[in-house]
Design a protein around this ligand. Sequence first.
Ligand code: PHE
Length: 358
Amino acid sequence: MSEIDSLKGELQRLQEKALASFKNAADLNALQELRVTYLGKKGELTHVLKGVGKLPPQDRPVIGQFVNATKTALAEALDSAEALLAVKEKEQRIEAERIDITLSGRTSPRGALHPVQQGLNEMTAIFSQMGFEISEGPEIEDEFHNFDALNIPQEHPARAMHDTFFFEASDEQQAKLLRTHTSPVQIRAMKNCVESGGEPPLAVVAPGRVYRCDYDVTHSPMFHQVEVFKVDKDVSLAHLKGVLKHFLSAYFEKEIDIRLRPHYFPFTEPSAEVDIGCVFCAAKGCRVCKGSGWVEVLGSGMIHPNVLKSVGIDSEIYSGFAFGLGVERLVMLKHGIPDLRLFFENDMRFLRRMGVSK
Ligand code: PHE
């Protein structure tokens, strides 16, 4: 065999061996080492090239071409093996770094407003939309605002009926008390108006806490009321009835029938208790309405001339209506809550159920 043929054969074997080893390379590092092994300065191809010097000069270009072809073939094979491995390694890395998003997350518990506060907000918003201005008086009141100015003088039997919590006071001091209703806000708002040089019209909604020394299934020593009143020229009972019907239908989110029953309050004349058609039985008669089809929800009336007089408003020119409603009672009716005490026991099961309702 001639020298040139044996060199060609050697190159052929070298190429086959190299291509096979590239295919089996485990990773990019191994491939890099193979590149050095075959194509490096001291690599196998260089080694073969040394044999070229022994060839007669006319054979050298022929074998030179062969060597170049082998070199190109090896380089190309290395490049494509490298590209393949790079893709494979990237896929492996992505797979290894995969995050399991199927595990459910840790949620933080969401708070909610207390059902009574939700009720207060809803009610106040309805009156606010009707143009009533929001006003809040103090919970610690004096006898003037809670009683005297509301036409409940010292020895009036209505005082005893209010089950008032009094603060201790010496004889010279005006006795302080926890307000028994939100009606004193009527006095404060009207006085404020007159004393700052203003005059009616006056339309006010006053939400807040009230206190009575009373505790059983239907009474709590602290509860909430919303007081609403309007003073202007020519205010009549018809306005009272219209506002009540609109408010109650808006709050219960359905048409509500109302009934005004004659009653007595010292600070209104005439006075009326207001019943609504029972929302539980569609006025057919049930346990809640005690078979009557009607449920009492609030006290109301036309502001007594003596009350207007006590704040310096001329009752010959102006008249007004007023009413005060029990917030807990309305929330109970709206949501079918059977026991008043649920509001004050802070049982999380009850609060959670009510918290998501709105
Ligand atoms: N203040 C009365 C009460 O608490 C309710 C009421 C307010 C009645 C305004 C008439 C007018 O019982």
